[in-house]
Write a protein that binds this ligand. Structure first.
Ligand code: MG
Length: 393
């Protein structure tokens, strides 16, 4: 056996090891700009690494998930959310004999397009760009990997494979995109479907954890949510009196495990009942094959509704959201009024992308902290949110 495992070896192993419906690295539909393959990394390992080395990826650290970053050092931000999601995706993909690196690459890239201040920022930009085709974070993630990262000679963007871009697109592409969009079927690959569920499993659980830690959610409220309550009782029976802190952590661990296990088992059963044989048949199939069993799907739906009503719409979270919209709106107006406030690099994109889109790209790329500082510099009334904002050490 050779001491070095070359790409061709890994590709060969995949044909033995992966499910027939998995995407095989050696059969990728390729990149927009043709490149020589790497000596020992597969196409999707390369995609993953390109995402991790991008500027947009590093900025995720200072972008809000639910809690703005200066509210505390232990809350999730977009980066830790992304990392938790990507490792859940690897577990699920590996258990289902799917392409782990592809699922991982999709999750690592899936939130690159998020604006500062989470979904509030996204809604604000969508409103501002209403007459210009709107704004949504999936579209923005694709703009980042296809256009906005500048790292390579000869092309804009990261030149990722069609399979990773298919996963980033999520709900298809209903807008004008200046780069060739991968051919989309009725469904994306199983790896992209796994990526979607992994994102959801990650945020449900870490939002519960952060929600409880912050005091915005209370345990007595959660006692009425059956999925939480059952899981917590199961942990208590198994571990006895371990104290509230450990009990809460172990409930989250058990809940992630329960969601992942049900997803793996239910998906495997569906694939067993409907063997499609290859990835093209997965794309053409009338429904998604990755999913929970009916019972858990219902229980999870209730838990998500609980989070929505009690955490995402909590007055404290909403207050930050409203201020965030104001901040982004005023920044946008200031740049439109006087484009000289923008870096030359951004103005350089006016001709190709149009002024509103180029400004939105710039604002969307900002971290929370930078947006607050920029807002303070461009207007005469810094937002009080800036008060709690210190440069991280
Ligand atoms: Mg996400």
């Amino acid at each position: 056996m050779s001491r070095v495992r070359r790409r061709a070896d890994v590709e060969g192993e995949e044909s033995e090891r992966l499910a027939p419906e998995a995407v095989k690295s050696g059969e990728s539909r390729g990149r927009v700009f043709e490149e020589t393959e790497h000596a020992y990394r597969t196409a999707f390992q390369r995609d993953r690494d390109r995402v991790v080395h991008s500027r947009a990826f590093r900025r995720l650290e200072y972008k809000t998930q639910v809690f703005i970053y200066h509210e505390g050092d232990h809350y999730r931000n977009r980066l830790t959310h992304t990392l938790e999601g990507s490792q859940i995706a690897r577990t699920i993909a590996r258990a289902l004999r799917l392409n782990e690196e592809l699922a991982e690459a999709v999750v690592l890239a899936h939130d690159l397009g998020h604006t500062p201040f989470g979904h509030a920022g996204e809604r604000a930009l969508n409103e501002l760009l209403r007459g210009e085709g709107g704004f949504d974070h999936n579209r923005q993630s694709l703009r980042i990997v296809d256009l906005l990262e500048e790292r390579y000679p000869g092309f804009r963007g990261l030149n990722l494979t069609d399979e990773t871009r298919e996963g980033i697109l999520k709900h298809g592409c209903s807008w004008e995109h200046p780069v060739r969009v991968p051919e989309l079927g009725r469904q994306p690959s199983l790896e992209a479907q796994v990526a979607d569920f992994s994102d959801e499993i990650a945020y449900i659980n870490h939002d519960l954890d952060d929600g409880l830690r912050s005091g915005l959610l209370r345990l007595d409220q959660l006692a009425e949510v059956s999925l939480w309550d059952e899981t917590r009782r199961g942990v208590e029976d198994r571990l006895g009196d371990v104290g509230e802190r450990v009990l809460r952590a172990q409930t989250i661990v058990a809940l992630i495990d329960r969601l992942v296990t049900d997803l793996v088992e239910s998906t495997a059963a569906r694939l067993e009942a409907t063997p499609l044989g290859n990835v093209d048949a997965v794309r053409a199939h009338r429904e998604r094959l990755v999913g929970y069993g009916a019972e858990l799907a219902g229980a999870k739906g209730k838990l998500k509704r609980f989070l929505h009503e009690n955490l995402y719409l909590h007055p404290r979270v909403k207050n930050v959201s409203e201020r965030a919209s104001g901040i982004l709106g005023e920044l946008y107006a200031a740049y439109r009024e006087d484009p000289k406030l923008l870096p030359e690099r951004v103005r350089g994109h006016f001709e190709a992308d149009g002024e509103p889109r180029a400004i939105a790209d710039y604002i969307a790329g900002m971290t929370d902290r930078f947006a607050l500082q920029e807002h303070a510099a461009r207007t005469d009334h810094p937002d009080p949110l800036l008060e709690g904002c210190h440069a991280p050490g």
